[in-house]
Design a protein around this ligand. Structure first.
Ligand SMILES: Nc1ncnc2c1ncn2[C@@H]1O[C@H](COP(=O)(O)OP(=O)(O)OP(=O)(O)O)[C@@H](O)[C@H]1O
Length: 254
């Protein structure tokens, strides 16, 4: 089942507990390669919790228990893969851009250096490639040694995407990556996501339903820890099968 070549993640009866509280309930989901999958739903329904299970970020929290299975390219990420390998393959971009208080260059070179790359020419190449892929090379190429903290919020977010790309992951998880950004920066990140899906698999949490319909191939609607509906984005927005999905996407709650 989990070995289908088009499937990146196969999620099978996933449940997550924070102490006694069950935040995810029996989630089954296949996430396809080279697609953008959007996770939508009202505040507190478990979108971020689900996203974080895909690279085991929740493992870092006390009192978290996960049951069920998640396969990445057919390998069980909770049983058969160490978390360092997993997080190398599954990168994450957060809601608030979080560059390190270092130079632009050192932000992008950070991951590769941790993975043992020391040669200046090789690091230069990675920094340029990653910034180009994040569509920010032209803006930043003349100030690589300046602090990343001097960039605008939108530039910082694209820098954080470049930092994620520098270690050549397969998957990029994005947790509301544009909610702190202005409309123009938001559009740049959306265009970038559409470009990146040619080479990567993207899973994005968004509160913005226009954003989900503009960029995603598939949409998953969560409510109170359950996956209520999951399918082609165009279909889910045009013909929601579950009345709760319809209520949510037409703005009647959430
Ligand atoms: N570390 C934690 N400890 C205990 N409960 C938590 C923790 N993190 C999240 N929760 C709870 O789990 C549920 C799901 O939270 P989660 O952040 O995944 O929702 P969300 O859909 O991403 O919300 P939002 O859209 O507001 O970010 C909520 O009830 C939340 O209060």
């Amino acid at each position: 089942m989990a070995n289908n070549a088009d499937i990146k993640f196969n999620v099978d009866n996933l449940e997550l507990f924070y102490g006694n509280f069950k935040a995810l309930k029996g989630i089954d989901m296949e996430i396809k390669k080279n697609e953008i999958t959007a996770l939508i739903g009202p505040s507190g329904c478990g979108k971020s919790t689900f996203l974080k299970t895909l690279n085991r970020m929740n493992d870092l929290e006390d009192g978290v228990k996960v049951t069920g299975r998640i396969h990445l390219d057919g390998v069980d990420i909770y049983k058969e893969m160490d978390s360092i390998t997993l997080r190398h393959r599954v990168g994450m971009v957060f809601q608030q851009p979080n560059p390190f208080p270092k130079s632009i260059y050192d932000n992008v070179a950070y991951g590769p250096r941790i993975h043992g790359i020391r040669k200046k020419s090789q690091l230069d190449e990675i920094v340029e490639r990653s910034l180009r892929q994040a569509a920010i090379w032209d803006e930043l190429k003349d100030r690589l040694n300046k602090s990343a903290l001097g960039l605008s919020g939108g530039q910082q977010q694209r820098l954080c995407i470049a930092r994620t790309l520098a270690v050549q992951p397969d998957v990029i998880l994005m947790d509301e990556p544009t909610s702190a950004l202005d409309p123009i920066s938001t559009m740049k990140i959306e265009d970038l996501a559409l470009e990146l899906k040619k080479d990567y698999t993207i899973v994005i949490v968004t509160h913005n339903m226009q954003q989900a319909s503009r960029i995603s191939d598939k949409t998953a609607f969560f409510l109170l820890g359950e996956l209520i509906e999951y399918g082609e984005t165009t279909e889910l927005f045009a013909n929601p099968k579950n009345p709760k999905t319809e209520e949510y996407i037409t703005g009647r709650f959430g």
